[in-house]
Design a protein. Structure first.
Length: 213
């Protein structure tokens, strides 16, 4: 059974972790940030500890988003992108977060592909495309496991994750995302048989199920 309390706890860990990162980026120490929030340094320190019962209020989270010049979603780890945001940097940042949090794994695959590569020669100052019919291409493949990954950092982390795995079964916090990707790929293969309106409606329905999973 899905445990909402676990999601809330993970969300708060994201929040406190992102606040600490933003503090480093902005050059704020705890005393300075506490002053901007209008609270004591002691209360700020307690709120930054996910294991402490002291929590940031909604008003304080909103204030932090103004202080750090970012969205509340970003602080909570729910990063959303518009089409103009999809750059090499944002894609790299998003994938690195998945890997850092052990929510995704990485492997290398090799394929033979037709490739056109711009190359210089001795007779022209301008590069020209050269065709490689069966070029060996190495890719880094990032995938989301369907099993519970167990860390090996220390005995405590291992035992904690193992107990969660035994209690909740063969799933990860990203299981719903993997399920979404499988359905998305299946729909995308049949995209040409659907109208654009129907295609968007089906994808939005999948995303909405993922939002409330």
């Amino acid at each position: 059974m899905h445990n909402l309390n676990d999601d809330i706890q993970n969300c708060y860990k994201n929040l406190t972790g992102n606040i600490k990162k933003k503090m480093l980026e902005k050059g704020y120490n705890q005393e300075q940030l506490a002053s901007l929030l209008g609270i004591s340094q002691a209360n700020l320190s307690k709120s930054l500890n996910p294991k402490n019962k002291k929590r940031f209020t909604l008003d304080q989270v909103i204030a932090l988003s103004y202080i750090f010049e970012c969205s509340v979603d970003e602080l909570l780890g729910f990063i959303t992108y518009s089409s103009s945001d999809i750059s090499k940097y944002t894609v790299g940042a998003f994938l690195s977060q998945l890997l850092e949090r052990n929510l995704a794994k990485v492997n290398e695959i090799t394929k033979k592909e037709d490739a056109y590569i711009m190359e210089y020669n001795d007779y022209s100052p301008f590069p020209e495309p050269k065709h490689y019919p069966k070029k060996t291409v190495h890719y880094i493949a990032i995938y989301i496991p369907d099993y519970w990954p167990l860390p090996h950092k220390n005995e405590y982390d291992y035992e904690f994750e193992l107990s969660n795995a035994l209690e909740k079964g063969n799933c990860t916090p990203m299981y719903g995302v993997n399920d979404f990707l499988r359905k998305y790929c299946e729909i995308n293969r049949n995209k040409d048989s659907l109208s654009e309106e129907t295609y968007k409606a089906v994808i939005n329905d999948l995303l909405n199920h993922l939002r409330f999973d």
